[in-house]
Design a protein around this ligand. Structure first.
Ligand code: NDP
Length: 326
């Protein structure tokens, strides 16, 4: 039995809830591995869990993404062995730690060409991008997608993914500098949605037609405008709540706005099946290995400063990915 420095919360609330404790870690049971982390990814879902929007039993360690080295393997695990480099986006939360025992299903071998920092910066955000573009609704070359918060962690990966597939991505972001970053990463257009009438601008950019698909994880502030940005029969993917949850609405609204379709997906449904998760990861790794998707890590915080990392993410001060270092 060894111990690992771990960031836990004992009550939902603000970033001041974090406490670093020495957590005991044992041996992996059947279907589990023990991994020693080299870097940990920060995600907006961690904020929802800390704040209580996504409630959990407490006390609990947070964090859903990391990269490191496999230290021990339980019975029945065949895709990983001791000494392997690995990375994951996975449930249950608990990645804010030096080392942990966890189910092996969603842990993936990390190719040598991808660093631990990149692995920690891309698994949750990159697999999300993979399912948004490949597994949610058919999106073909030449289609137009509206993507909110395009300079964020998922956003900059989505900009590059769209470009590599010949998809026109209209981004939105909260400052002109963030818009420039999205454009530099492959967005075809980017609208500052804090200063411009972005719905009108989307209509203008699409010749009055509207976009084929909206990918909206901003939530409350953008939901209705996103529906108004779609063409008739367009597809709305509401996948997050950075500005607060989408308020309840009448399904009749979808008829009024042009027979729209809507889904509210989560990555964890898509990666629940082991084989599917590994296949999705290989698709993502290929994009990174050939260089069509480059990971941009704009913020690094020591694990002990996780509260500062959360403050920066919530205050919209970050761009690209953020990692916690060990
Ligand atoms: P980001 O790095 O994109 O950070 C969130 C961004 O949202 C901010 O930088 C900000 O960009 C924008 N934003 C708009 N309004 C607010 C607000 N009121 N408060 C804070 N931020 C705001 O985070 P991630 O890359 O980690 O995640 C992006 C989104 O995708 C999140 O909503 C997340 O929950 C969602 N997600 C959903 C998944 C799923 O499967 N359902 C999986 C992964 C992520 P700006 O200043 O440009 O407006």
């Amino acid at each position: 039995m060894t111990t690992a420095k771990t960031a836990i919360i004992e009550a939902h609330g603000g970033p001041e809830q974090f406490r670093i404790v020495d957590q005991q870690i044992g041996e992996p049971g059947p279907g589990e591995i023990r991994i020693r982390h080299k870097a940990i990814g920060l995600n907006f879902i961690d904020v929802y869990q800390r704040a209580g929007l996504y409630p959990m039993t407490l006390p609990h360690a947070l964090g859903m993404e990391a990269a490191g080295i496999i230290e021990a393997v339980g019975d029945g695990v065949t895709h990983l062995k001791v000494g392997d480099r690995a990375a994951y986006a996975a449930t249950p939360p608990g990645a804010y730690t030096e080392a942990r025992v966890m189910p092996a299903t969603q842990v993936c071998p990390l190719p040598d060409a991808i660093s631990f920092d990149e692995g920690a910066a891309m698994m949750l955000k990159g697999l999300t991008t993979q399912y948004l573009f490949r597994r949610t609704t058919p999106i073909a070359k030449g289609d137009t997608v509206l993507f909110h918060a395009a300079a964020g962690g998922v956003g900059l990966i989505a900009c590059q993914w769209a470009k590599s597939e010949g998809i026109t991505l209209i981004g939105t972001a909260g400052t002109d500098e963030k818009c420039q970053l999205a454009l530099d990463h492959g967005a075809t257009h980017c609208i500052n949605y804090r200063t411009e009438d972005w719905v009108a601008r989307v209509k203008e950019l699409t010749g009055g037609k509207g976009v084929d698909v909206v990918m909206d994880a901003v939530g409350a502030d953008t939901f209705e405008g996103s529906l108004d940005s779609l063409r008739p029969l367009g597809f709305m993917i509401s996948f997050g709540n950075a500005s607060g949850p989408v308020p309840p609405f009448s399904v009749g609204l979808l008829a009024q706005k042009g027979s729209l379709k809507i889904t509210r997906p989560t990555l964890f449904t898509h990666i629940a099946d082991h084989a599917t998760c590994q296949k999705m990861a290989r698709d993502l790794f290929e994009k990174v290995e050939v260089g069509t998707v480059k990971l941009r890590i704009d913020q690094r915080f020591p694990l002990a400063d996780v509260a500062e990392a959360h403050r920066a993410l919530e205050a919209r001060k970050t761009t690209g990915s953020t990692i916690l270092t060990l």
